[in-house]
Every structure is written in structure tokens, then in C-alpha cells.
Design a protein around this ligand. Sequence first.
Ligand SMILES: Nc1ncnc2c1ncn2[C@@H]1O[C@H](COP(=O)(O)OP(=O)(O)OP(=O)(O)O)[C@@H](O)[C@H]1O
Ligand SMILES: [Mg+2]
Length: 202
Amino acid sequence: MSEDVLSLRKSLRQQRNHLHPNDRKIFDLSINRTLLKSGILLRLPRIASYLANDGEPALDFFLINSAEMHCQHYLPTLYQQQLKFAAYSWGDTLKNNRFNIPEPEFKQFFSAKLLDMILVPLVGFDAQGHRIGMGGGFYDRTLNFMLNPACKRKPLLIGIAYNIQRVQIITPQRWDIPLDAIITELGLTCFSNRARLLLRTS
Ligand SMILES: Nc1ncnc2c1ncn2[C@@H]1O[C@H](COP(=O)(O)OP(=O)(O)OP(=O)(O)O)[C@@H](O)[C@H]1O
Ligand SMILES: [Mg+2]
């Protein structure tokens, strides 16, 4: 891991954590509204999201307001060096994992292969849809199957971030899985044709 990426990750995390609470509230609402009107709930009903940690945009409004719709939410849970996904409804009992991140307590694990869409929290992103995460490689390892050209059924990967996390260029590593789209408080940007077909941008 290059020093540059390590210091970039540190500075982006600091900026994300120091966002003014009023701005955060406004930005989160905008991100959640973009998600709710994107049409994904109808087209991609098995959705993995996350509970905000380390200053990540909170998706609570989206989780609460889509509860009555035709979709099933999942949260990532640690499983060895990878992630498995556990069904989650707002208010379900949670238990902290070894990184102190809450996970559904009573879990039945599902593979990422069974999901229609994964909302991935980003530490950094660029205009090509390359991403930097927290540095554990958990999402990359979990989604490695998507790099196989024979893989036909892939979850749509949507990065979630604040616009301050945009960087000039991220040089992807061979294990990095590219994003289909990104949502920030400024709206939705699609990188793949599949995302352009499936998501409503306005
Ligand atoms: N498919 C893989 N198989 C084995 N190791 C992997 C794989 N993907 C990533 N890694 C390892 O994980 C480490 C961290 O990867 P990287 O810097 O891309 O993290 P990240 O993308 O920020 O984290 P995350 O995927 O959790 O968001 C790398 O050093 C890499 O060796
Ligand atoms: Mg990576």
C-alpha cells in the first residue's frame, strides 16, 4: 500500500468526520431522496446498505421510508476476511462486531451473489468510478466474483459519499471492483450502461 493512498485516506476521513452537522443533515437528506426517487426499489428489490460509521452519510431516512415498499434490506456482516449480508428491518436488534460496527444480531448469512444492489460507503472516489474504501479490502474480497468475465449475475454497485470526498485520480489496483454509479448530495452519476438503464437520474 503506497504512503500516498494511506495519507489520502486519512485526510478524506478527517474531512468527512469534520463536516458541519447542519451541512451533514442537508447532504444526507439529499442523498436519501436521490435514492428514494431513483427507481431502484422497484427494479432492484434485494438491497444491501449500511449503518453509518466514521462520518459516513447516513441512509436511515432511506431505510425507514422504504420499509413498506417491495424490497428487502440487508446489512454487511463480517465473515472471516469477507462480508456476508444479513436481512435487516429498521429497529431490528443489533450487536457490535470487532470493529465496533453494529450488525444484525440474529443473522442468517446471504452471499453478495444473491443481492440486486449494494450501496457501498466510500472514503474517496474519482470521476471514473474508482473508489477507495476504509482499507480492509472487505468489499473487494467479497465482490471478487464480479471480475470473472463468465459472471452473469452481478449486484449493481452504488457508491455513497459526500462531494468533498471526490479526488482527481485514483489508480485502481488489480483487485479493485469498479462502481456502477455514485450518489452524493449533488445527485447521481452513472458510470456503467447498466446503471444508466436501471436508475433514474432526475
Ligand atoms: N480479492 C482479494 N483477494 C485478496 N486480497 C485482497 C482482495 N481484494 C483486496 N485485497 C487486499 O485488501 C487490501 C486492502 O485493499 P484496498 O486498499 O483496495 O481496500 P479498500 O478498497 O479501501 O477496502 P474495502 O474493499 O473494504 O472498501 C489490499 O492490500 C489487498 O491485498
Ligand atoms: Mg479497494
